[in-house]
Write a protein that binds this ligand. Structure first.
Ligand code: GLV
Ligand code: MN
Ligand code: MN
Length: 427
């Protein structure tokens, strides 16, 4: 039954709209509960993917869902699903969620907000008494950050078949632990949760997320209707030199991998920038071997994260990474491996309109905007229609323990989400 055959959101008794059942206290209490899992002394969280903290947060989510009567399942990469069964369960479901993992010094909202907001939206739909035709599923994608296991967007990427399950299972962390081994280690915690097949088809996917930038706050707006995500390429650069004695080895015979890497990073920073400050270039990780004060560095491994909203320009800039590294390598050598390629993406037009209509109906102020950060909705949009709702980030601070979004804004985003999910579930 289509939405028009049934009842449109505006025709529904306004007081019965799911947004009216979003519980501000419950939403914020659940976020506070999640913030305790992996809490850092600096006031943020450290919940790396597939660690006991990540599992603990998934299990807490599963308990809340079970109490609400949702059906909980997991897939082979560790994505978690909480399903509200619709009256027509044979129809493709509407999905909403985000990720639970964080950066090592992450904030209390990046990712987890979208998961808790989706759960709250589903609970609001249940409590409103509004029927749903399509099932609605909350999803927690595994390893969005890519901090422990690079590259990022692992769970959503496998789901959308952008990468193979087998390749993801063989990714290893800095200690050499594979995704497969990490999943096996956590397996005993999840024995009561049934497995589901990988990549079941989706009708529509909507993700709520904090903006992670300063735009909404600067414009004094409540909601961001996200139009797309800028492109991102990542690399692993290995610089090979030769270990030598810091006291005895003459400089002219040294092959100092750190000095070569420093030259590469500096040259890349100079060449991968523009006057408008649109290109984003970051070296966030640099490991030195053997990392001993009296040994000339034998090897350096560093990361490159490069982003740009224009597909062609991103390709051109990206081609400079191996070129610059090889040019700056002497007397060492460089090996440059591209880890991740995400072209800029545009979200489904109609979902953008649905989100705009929901914000407008609720009397909220909004704007259309591009996401500078990556999100699971990116991989999902490559296969199914997807959309995103942003709420303001205080001072745009994120990937930082000081990350903050005001409770009122968290609730606003959840109210928009609740109405959008409900209307999609009736299509
Ligand atoms: C996701 O956190 C990203 O790096 O954009
Ligand atoms: Mn995120
Ligand atoms: Mn993040």
């Amino acid at each position: 039954m289509s939405m028009t055959e049934h009842q449109s959101l505006t025709q529904v008794d306004q007081s019965a709209r799911p947004s009216n059942f979003v519980n501000h206290e419950r939403l914020n209490a659940r976020l506070s509960e999640m913030a305790k899992i992996g809490a850092t002394p600096g006031g943020g969280v450290n919940r790396a993917a597939l660690t006991p903290e990540d599992a603990k947060a998934q299990l807490q989510l599963a308990r809340w869902a079970t109490d609400l009567g949702l059906f909980v399942t997991r897939d082979a990469i560790g994505n978690l699903f909480l399903r509200l069964e619709g009256t027509q369960p044979e129809l493709l479901p509407v999905l909403s969620g985000s990720h639970i993992d964080s950066q090592p010094t992450g904030g209390k909202f990046d990712g987890i907000y979208g998961v808790i907001a989706a759960l709250e939206a589903v609970q609001a739909i249940v409590e409103s008494g509004c029927a749903v035709s399509r099932s609605v599923e909350v999803v927690a994608w595994v390893n969005e950050e890519g901090s422990r296991f690079a590259p990022s967007m692992m769970g959503s990427g496998v789901y959308a078949v952008l990468r193979s399950l087998d390749a993801a299972l063989h990714l290893v962390d800095a200690e050499g632990v594979s995704v497969k081994a990490a999943l096996q280690q956590l397996e005993p915690l999840f024995t009561s949760i049934p497995m589901r097949p990988m990549g079941l088809p989706i009708y529509r996917y909507i993700e709520a997320h904090i903006e992670q930038g300063p735009v909404l706050e600067k414009d004094g707006l409540e909601i961001g209707v996200v139009t797309g995500i800028q492109g991102k390429h990542t690399y692993k650069v290995t610089v090979t030199g030769e270990a030598a004695h810091a006291g005895t080895a003459p400089h002219k015979t040294r092959k100092d991998a750190l000095l070569a890497a420093a030259g590469m990073v500096t040259a890349l920073a100079t060449e991968l920038c523009d006057a408008q400050d649109i290109t984003r270039f970051t070296v966030g990780r640099l490991n030195v071997y053997p990392n001993a004060p009296s040994v000339v560095p034998q090897e350096v491994v560093f990361s490159v994260d490069l982003r740009h909203p224009d597909r062609e320009l991103l390709e051109q800039l990206s081609a400079l990474v191996p070129e610059v590294c090889n040019r700056m390598a002497a007397p060492c050598s460089a090996h440059v491996e591209r880890l991740y390629t995400a072209a800029p993406i545009e979200f489904d037009q109609r979902l953008q309109q649905n989100i705009e209509a929901a914000a407008r109906d609720l009397g909220m102020t909004y704007r259309f905007m591009l996401s500078a950060a990556g999100h699971d909705a990116g991989p999902i949009q490559s296969k199914y229609p997807a959309g995103m709702i942003f709420v303001p980030s205080v001072s745009g601070i994120t990937h930082n323990e000081a990350e903050l979004t005001h409770p009122r804004d968290l609730t606003n985003g959840t109210q928009v989400l609740a109405n959008v999910l409900w209307s999609l579930s009736m299509e």
